[in-house]
Design a protein around this ligand. Structure first.
Ligand code: NDP
Length: 244
């Protein structure tokens, strides 16, 4: 495993990505924070411990040219790329009979194409290193579907299938690719949901509380660690037991 390898986290300026990047930085990983706005990323990076090695890179993950340029910059700045956490994601909810093609495409472009563009750019580097860890952030919605989220569910289910394919392709070079499927995590993405939806969700969670970013951080850190060296192609459900 690359000693000084950086871990790239996309969508790192807020929500889950910000929390994951902060956790990794606190536990000693050099981190590359990727997001659309350099200002917002730098604000997130200011909260990190002073000893943390963190650099910020502006990219829209749905733009292939942006992703290629950012990965080249990260490669120039760090001796190795240890990990890639494909986290950036959006929702554009609506019933399928009313969903516009634009809302369908927007979600696929960010959630699925963004994951592909980063994987496509980083995988050759990891293959040359003969080491590397890819962690994709899927969702329980990709496993069970959800009324009003056909676009989001499709993007997250595709990430599960892509994870298995990439795991099969890269395993021979010592590179693992896994996913996590979080349940309901309290971030901006879920903040707008009506109280009734939150209460219904809570009813369905055996562990009787909604999730926090911290509930995911240790799982991602594990998948990036030597302890997970023989795990690949898996999707770990982290949802308080809602889907089983
Ligand atoms: P937030 O909406 O809080 O944050 C999303 C992050 O993604 C932001 O940093 C946002 O940046 C970034 N982002 C969005 N579009 C792009 C883009 N085109 N290029 C670069 N960055 C982009 O969401 P969460 O933190 O809740 O979600 C993070 C991931 O976890 C997503 O993939 C989501 O689907 C997944 N997830 C979330 C769950 C939840 O309950 N919250 C449950 C299951 C999965 P900006 O500030 O510029 O918009």
């Amino acid at each position: 495993m690359a000693a000084d390898g950086v871990v790239i986290v996309t969508g790192a300026n807020r929500g889950i990505g910000r929390g994951l990047a902060a956790d990794l930085a606190r536990t000693g990983w050099p981190v590359a924070l990727v997001g659309r706005s350099l200002d917002k990323l730098q604000e997130a990076a200011r909260d990190l411990p002073s000893a943390a090695v963190a650099r910020c890179y502006a990219a829209d993950v749905s733009q292939w040219e942006d992703v290629q340029a950012v990965v080249a910059a990260i490669q120039a700045d760090f001796p190795a790329i240890h990990g890639l956490v494909n986290n950036a994601g959006i929702t554009r909810d609506g019933l399928v009979v009313r969903m516009s093609p634009e809302d369908w495409q927007a979600v696929i472009n960010v959630n699925l194409n963004g994951t592909f563009y980063f994987t496509r750019s980083v995988a050759p580097i990891m293959m040359r290193q003969r080491a590397g860890r890819i962690v994709n952030i899927s969702s329980v919605i990709g496993l069970i579907g959800n009324a009003g989220q056909a676009n989001y569910a499709a993007s997250k289910a595709a990430i599960v299938a892509m994870t298995k394919s990439v795991a099969r392709e890269l395993g021979g070079r010592g590179v693992t690719c896994n996913a996590i499927a979080p349940g309901f995590i309290e971030t901006d993405m879920t903040a707008g949901l009506p109280e009734k939806v939150r209460a219904d969700m809570l009813q369905r969670i055996p562990l009787k509380r909604l999730g926090r970013v911290e509930d995911l951080a240790g799982v991602v850190r594990f998948l990036l660690s030597p302890d997970a060296a023989w795990i690949t192609g898996q999707t770990l459900v982290v949802d308080g037991g809602m889907v089983m």
